[in-house]
Ligand binder design. Structure first.
Ligand SMILES: [Zn+2]
Length: 77
């Protein structure tokens, strides 16, 4: 006895919800400027490497391998 109940094809496409949190225009990336040390070396900041600070939600720049945000002291990126 082959009772095939699968007469309905489940072709209902559920759209994937785009719930990824991308930084939109509401979250602007701030320019936190140069670190104190870098400013002493080259105040123009040309060629300095950017470092992300999650606390300030911005990028600060340094010529050195610094890890500390010059604005808030956050060392965890
Ligand atoms: Zn910071």
């Amino acid at each position: 006895m082959t009772d095939s109940d699968h007469t309905e094809n489940d072709k209902t496409v559920i759209p994937m919800p785009f719930s990824r949190r991308y930084p939109t225009s509401s979250q602007k990336v701030k320019d936190l400027g140069l670190s104190d040390l870098s400013r002493q070396v080259e105040p123009s900041g040309r060629g300095a490497k950017g470092h992300w600070c999650s606390r300030c939600r911005g990028i600060w720049y340094s010529y050195f391998l610094e890890a500390e945000c010059p604005r808030c002291g956050n060392r965890h990126g």
